[in-house]
Design a protein. Structure first.
Length: 190
């Protein structure tokens, strides 16, 4: 059996160009904090950042919006670390409603860590794309996984179903369901 060779920089660049043309547009990423943390690291995809500004007349949308805002509130208090990425920033920049865009950027600004778009993330994203995920969903999941995020939250049912078929170490879940799990666990710890 032949050992798998690490791809060269040229191969990775070709992957970015052929599979993820949007990756070239993403800003370089960096970690804002380098210290080792035992705090839960949470990544919200753009569906989550947009959810509080969707039509809240539907029960599910309202509850998910409340869950997202509760997660962000916990991150602001320092209970959890909110992780963002250049993928989030780029996708958010595509919002045509300038008022909504500004509100989404304000929520993104709560993040105190920025995940890096590494070569490993690009390779993983290509694999996820082959499994049927969209460019952005593949990049979000890959960036979060490569940067060892603990939980990836999304309100996108299609992404959640697809992610359940992937081998990921992080939990990928709807924010409303995850928040209920976390709050139930805290209740029994006290």
């Amino acid at each position: 059996m032949q050992a798998r060779m690490r791809p060269t920089a040229t191969e990775i660049s070709a992957l970015k160009d052929s599979h993820f043309p949007v990756a070239e547009s993403l800003p370089l990423c960096y970690n804002l904090h380098c210290e080792v943390q035992s705090i839960m690291r949470v990544y919200l995809d753009n569906c989550c950042y947009n959810r509080p500004f969707d039509d809240l007349s539907q029960d599910r949308v309202y509850l998910e919006a409340e869950a997202v805002m509760t997660v962000i509130s916990h991150c602001e208090r320092g209970d959890w670390t909110l992780v963002t990425s250049g993928v989030i920033e780029y996708e958010a920049s595509q919002i045509s409603d300038l008022g909504k865009l500004e509100k989404v950027r304000e929520l993104c600004a709560v993040a105190d860590e920025r995940a890096m778009l590494t070569d490993e993330a690009v390779i993983r994203a290509a694999h996820f794309k082959q499994k049927g995920l969209s460019d952005f969903d593949s990049l979000h999941l890959a960036v979060a996984a490569a940067n060892l995020v603990d939980v990836f939250l999304s309100t996108d049912d299609k992404l959640l179903r697809a992610a359940s078929r992937l081998e990921l170490k992080m939990k990928v879940i709807n924010p409303m369901i995850w928040l209920m799990e976390v709050l139930n666990n805290e209740q029994y710890r006290d």
